[in-house]
Each structure stands twice: as structure tokens, then as C-alpha cells.
Design a protein around this ligand. Structure first.
Ligand code: GTP
Length: 409
């Protein structure tokens, strides 16, 4: 039996109550089966000053040694001049579900006297990955697009207890519309609960004051009460105060946990009463992984793509829901191709100009040398000429004895 509700708009929405079994309620299972087969791909970037526990936290999050600890630089070794960008790939499997994890580490961030330039290599990496995705979208065969875009950036804030530093604000301000920012208070075991509470308030007000948007964990009201309450608790805990440890510790009551041992007891990484590590993991991999990927694709990438194409002179009148016509796509491809050619041509012209300038410089140099040699020879000749004239005069005016003397000399 079906009941059809008339729609007031020109597009007719047909709502039907179906009594018999059709079978599309099985769709979520189909999606799940397909996703499980293909596995998931997640790219997480970690940014923060050296020694704030980035590698440890990633290893704790994925319960395996994804990032090996970095050897400290020898005091005599030359210091890098810019932030490096390192890519670490790991395949993790849990209950038959595969996760291809990509960690983008950024050693050197905040290590320089002038940290103004620290953001540039990171921003470039994010945009290069957008670019790579855009190129794949414009390929003739698009069946296997590999998504290497950064889905989340965990930004480590030093546990100072004061407010955000200039470098924190600068970084987040420049990146918040390119990547899902997840700020965390590093090494939260070095602060008391009250200090963490106050610090979180100050960070949130600094973020709001500077117009910085961070990733908000979505709350799905249609889920069961417990899940909604859990999601609300996670959202309230941002910025997460985290503790990392990839070592086992024994608690006074004899339990073996992941934690950090102190003379007064053990800080348990997975204990929600001790830190927000569990909430970060919950958001990142358990409940919001798909939201992170979706927001990257539909908002951050889409905005970047629109801006990029508009800058290239392609008017984007279509809404995201409209299908782009093949002719329009071809036009976009042609413009992108022409822009690439123009870029290559400009680069080649630059190289050519540099070579011509070098050659001109060499020619100028030889001209100067030639002129100097010419002058030297001319001077020598005129000196010789003067001497000869002297002798001639002596010969013409002198006695025979003097002439003989002149000849001899
Ligand atoms: P770089 O690779 O130099 O950028 O350092 P990093 O940020 O990756 O830090 P790493 O994970 O190597 O940790 C640096 C030191 O801090 C190590 O001695 C860790 O054991 C320690 N550490 C890591 N996490 C925590 C934490 O949550 N609390 C405390 N107290 N120490 C931590």
C-alpha cells in the first residue's frame, strides 16, 4: 500500500510507505562491504614545535610504531634552514578493516629565530596535494583517483598555560581554510586540571578573536541518546589536552596500561579522567573520519578549486550539484593545459635569459681584458717610438764618436 503526498514545489517529492520488502534497507551493508574491501585512506598532518610529542602521539593513536623517534641533531651539525615535510605511510588493519594511513610530519616547525616563514612549506604541501587531485580529476581515465589530500592537521600547542603564541595564531590563521584543524594541548600531564581548564578557555577565545575556524565534530541528533551525549562530550573537550606514551606502565593496583610513570603515580593515556586522548581518537578514527574526508572534499578542496579556476579565468556558474558538461570540462582542461604550457614557457624563457646574461657578462669581461691588453701594447709601442726618436735626434745632431756610442747602445 502506498501513500503519495503532493509537493508544493515544482519538483515532486514522492514519499512512499512500503509495506512489502524491497531490499534497499540493505544499502548501508552494501556500502560497508565495499568500504571494508577497499579499505580507508586517511592523511593526517602533525605540526608543532620540536619535542612536543608529535611522533609519540601518532604511535599511541594507531597503537603501532608509525613514526620512529628522531635522533637529536649533533651540536656541530648544520641546522636545516627551513621546515622539512616528511611523508610516512603505514597500512593498519583492525578486525579485517584496512586503513592506509599517511602521516605528514613537519620537523623544524618553530625552530628558527624568524619563524614567519615556517608556514610556507606546509601551506605549499597542502596546495600541491590539492593540485595533484585536480590533475587526476582532469585525466581522461578517472577510475582510480588516489586521494593524498590532507584530511586533518593536528596542531600541537605548547602547554604554557598562558595564551596562544604568535606562531600558533599565524599558522592556524593561514591554514584554517585549507585543512581541518584539530588543535591539541601537548603533554597535558605537565598541567593540573584547573590549569588545563583555564588554558582551554583562553585558547578558544584567542581562536574566536582571530577568526580561526577549527574542525567541529558533527553531532547526529538522529542517533541514540548515548551516542549523541558522547559526541557532545567530545565536542566540548576541544582543544584536546593529550598525553602520549607508547610504553606500558604498571598502576599501583597492578594493572598494565599505556601511560607515563611518575613518583606520585601513573598518568593513563586511555583514562578519560586523566586526559582527552580517548576523545581525540574517538573523533579522528572512530566517529568522524568520514566527516573529515567529506569536509576536505566538499568544502576545503571545493573552495580552493573554485578560487584556482576563477583565477585562471574560468567562470564557475554551475552549482556543485549540476553536472559539468563534457564541453565545459574540455574547456577547463584546455585552460589548465595552456596555463601549464605558459608556465613551462616562462620557465624556459627565464633559463634562456639567464644564459644570455651569463654569455653577455663573459663577453664584457673579455672585452675589458682585450682593451687592457691593447692599451698595454699601445703604451709599450709608443714608449719604444719615443726612445727611437730620441736616438734619431742624437744621431742627427751628435759627433761621429757620439754616433758610434748611440749605435752600440
Ligand atoms: P620532533 O621529532 O623533534 O619534532 O619531536 P616530537 O614532537 O615528535 O616529540 P617526540 O614524540 O619525539 O617526544 C619528545 C619527548 O617527549 C620524548 O622524550 C617523549 O617520551 C616525550 N613525550 C611525548 N609525549 C609526551 C607527553 O604526553 N607527556 C610528557 N611528559 N612527555 C611526552
Amino acid at each position: 500500500m502506498t501513500v503519495q503526498e503532493p509537493s508544493s514545489t515544482s519538483t515532486h517529492v514522492i514519499r512512499k510507505k512500503i509495506t512489502g520488502h524491497v531490499g534497499f534497507s540493505n544499502l548501508p551493508n552494501q556500502v560497508r562491504r565495499k568500504s571494508v574491501k577497499e579499505g580507508f585512506r586517511l592523511t593526517v598532518m602533525v605540526v608543532g614545535e620540536s619535542g612536543l610529542g608529535k611522533s609519540t602521539l601518532i604511535n599511541t593513536l594507531f597503537n603501532s610504531t608509525v613514526c620512529a623517534p628522531r635522533e637529536p641533531l649533533h651540536p656541530a651539525a648544520e641546522r636545516p634552514k627551513t621546515v622539512a615535510v616528511e611523508n610516512i605511510e603505514a597500512d593498519i588493519e583492525e578486525n579485517g578493516v584496512r586503513l592506509r594511513l599517511n602521516v605528514v610530519d613537519t620537523p623544524g616547525f618553530g625552530d628558527f629565530v624568524d619563524n614567519g616563514e615556517s608556514c610556507n612549506p606546509i601551506l605549499e604541501t597542502i596546495e600541491q596535494r590539492f593540485d595533484a587531485y585536480l590533475s587526476q580529476e582532469h585525466r581522461v581515465r578517472r577510475a582510480k583517483i588516489v586521494d593524498t589530500r590532507v584530511h586533518a592537521c593536528i596542531y600541537f600547542i605548547q602547554p604554557t598555560g598562558h595564551s596562544l603564541k604568535q606562531i600558533d595564531i599565524e599558522f592556524m590563521r593561514r591554514l584554517h581554510n585549507k585543512v581541518n584543524l584539530i588543535p591539541v594541548i601537548a603533554k597535558a600531564d605537565t598541567m593540573t586540571d584547573e590549569e588545563i581548564f583555564d588554558f582551554k578557555e583562553r585558547i578558544l577565545s584567542d581562536l574566536a578573536f582571530n577568526g580561526i575556524c577549527i574542525f567541529q565534530a558533527a553531532i547526529y541528533e538522529d542517533e541514540d541518546e548515548e551516542s549523541v551525549a558522547e559526541a557532545e562530550e567530545v565536542a566540548r573537550a576541544i582543544p584536546f589536552a593529550v598525553v602520549g606514551s607508547d610504553r606500558a606502565a604498571r598502576t599501583p593496583d597492578g594493572r598494565v596500561v599505556r601511560g607515563r610513570t611518575y613518583p606520585w603515580g601513573v598518568v593513563e593515556v586511555d583514562n578519560p579522567a586523566h586526559c582527552d586522548f580517548g576523545k581525540l581518537r574517538q573523533m579522528l578514527v572512530r566517529t568522524n573520519l568520514e566527516d573529515l574526508r567529506e569536509h576536505t572534499n566538499q568544502v576545503l578542496y571545493e573552495n580552493w578549486r573554485t578560487e584556482k579556476l576563477l583565477a585562471m579565468g574560468i567562470a564557475q556558474d554551475l552549482t556543485v550539484f549540476e553536472e559539468i558538461s563534457p564541453a565545459e570540462r574540455l574547456r577547463e582542461e584546455r585552460i589548465i593545459h595552456q596555463a601549464k604550457l605558459a608556465k613551462m614557457e616562462a620557465a624556459m624563457k627565464d633559463v634562456f635569459r639567464e644564459k644570455v646574461e651569463l654569455q653577455e657578462e663573459k663577453l664584457k669581461q673579455s672585452e675589458v681584458e682585450l682593451y687592457a691588453r691593447h692599451k698595454e701594447m699601445k703604451d709599450a709601442l709608443s714608449k719604444q717610438w719615443t726612445q727611437l726618436m730620441e736616438k734619431k735626434k742624437q744621431l742627427e745632431s751628435g759627433s761621429p764618436d757620439a754616433r758610434k756610442k748611440t749605435f752600440r747602445s
